[in-house]
Write a protein that binds this ligand. Structure first.
Ligand code: AMP
Ligand code: MG
Length: 314
């Protein structure tokens, strides 16, 4: 790297860290983390430490750069999500959550969305024997309680941002994926997100749109028992989740349907042979949540060292 590039980076980082907007946003994010953690612990969840590298990680449903680390003859990936570890954990712990750092080396075209970083944190939770309904109502209650607490404890910061944070009414609206697509076309998520005043669910996502681990509805082949929560005011996707496939034959069939290989998921398959439980859960991006609460246009404004896809970052 040239000396100029290094001094530019130092200047950029220091100016970013000095911004009152960032300082306020981080104060809010710090409370978001503790309120969510208290909320879940109060409901019997155990917090588990994050997994950073593993022989098993989320395949995702979109392309990202995918480096691996060769270590004593095994290939480790950097965690893209803890989906499989969560599921394995539910066999022994009924309700778990983690603040999971995810590395997704997103392609450069994601830089402009305002909601993609290559390094971010998911609050990832999973519950054994739970249904989609269970985790949707948990998610709704969690968000309503969080927003109410933030409004009470951070009124000064919200005022600074000029943000009138609305407390949504439960239950949140639900829209079926195919109905939304029919009415608004392929870009339905961003159209609806701009139109709506409160967060809403997109449910029943078609199989080809998601990874193999979300459970296919046995009554409606091709439709998954899963969901996304979308923020209003154009902020886009907030969280993704659903029920999981847990039977060995179903997992193998779904891997094949995605044209993926058993070799790729051999470790997970071994756990499925050993026996996995039905479970449901979701992962909510902490930076996106903070960005929404503050009403900021760009996600990098809530991160001290934002990794913007395609850009040099510290
Ligand atoms: P996913 O399971 O891929 O839907 O990821 C779960 C959640 O993590 C999403 O709903 C977002 O809130 C958040 N998330 C996913 N990718 C990114 C990213 N590149 N940057 C920031 N947040 C993300
Ligand atoms: Mg998603």
């Amino acid at each position: 790297m040239e000396a100029k590039e290094i001094s530019d980076l130092v200047y950029e980082v220091n100016s970013h860290l000095e911004k009152p907007e960032l300082q306020r946003a981080l104060k809010i994010e710090s409370s978001v983390r503790s309120y969510l953690s208290d909320y879940l612990k109060g409901r019997g969840f155990i917090e588990v430490p994050p997994v950073i590298i593993s022989v098993l990680t989320d395949p995702l449903n979109h392309p990202v750069y995918d480096p691996t680390i060769d270590y004593y003859g095994y290939k480790y990936s950097i965690t893209k999500s803890m989906i499989f570890h969560k599921h394995i954990l539910t066999k022994h712990f009924g309700k778990i959550f983690t603040f999971s750092p995810n590395i997704r080396l997103e392609e450069e075209d994601k830089a402009e969305t305002g909601r993609h970083l290559s390094e971010f944190t998911q609050l990832d939770l999973e519950i054994r024997d739970a249904t989609r309904e269970d985790v949707m109502s948990l998610g709704e209650e969690m968000i309503v309680e969080l927003f109410s607490k933030i409004k009470k404890t951070h009124s000064d910061d919200l005022k600074f941002f000029g943000r009138d944070l609305r407390i949504p009414k439960k239950p949140f609206e639900r829209i079926r994926y195919k109905d939304a697509e029919k009415e608004y076309g392929g870009d339905f998520e961003s159209i609806l997100s701009k139109e709506k005043k409160e967060p809403f669910w997109i449910i029943d996502i078609p199989l080809e749109k998601r990874e193999f681990y979300d459970r296919e509805d046995p009554q409606r082949p091709g439709i998954l028992v899963d969901m996304d929560l979308v923020y209003p005011e154009g902020f886009g996707e907030a969280l993704s989740g659903g029920e999981r496939e847990y039977k060995l034959d179903r997992i193998i069939e779904r891997i094949h349907k995605k044209r993926q290989t058993e070799e790729q998921f051999k470790w997970y398959i071994e756990f499925a042979k050993d026996g996995l439980y039905p479970s449901a859960g979701f992962g909510i991006g902490i930076e996106r949540l903070t960005r929404y609460i503050c009403g900021l246009s760009r996600i990098e404004d809530v991160h001290p060292f934002p990794k913007v896809p395609g850009k040099l970052s510290l």
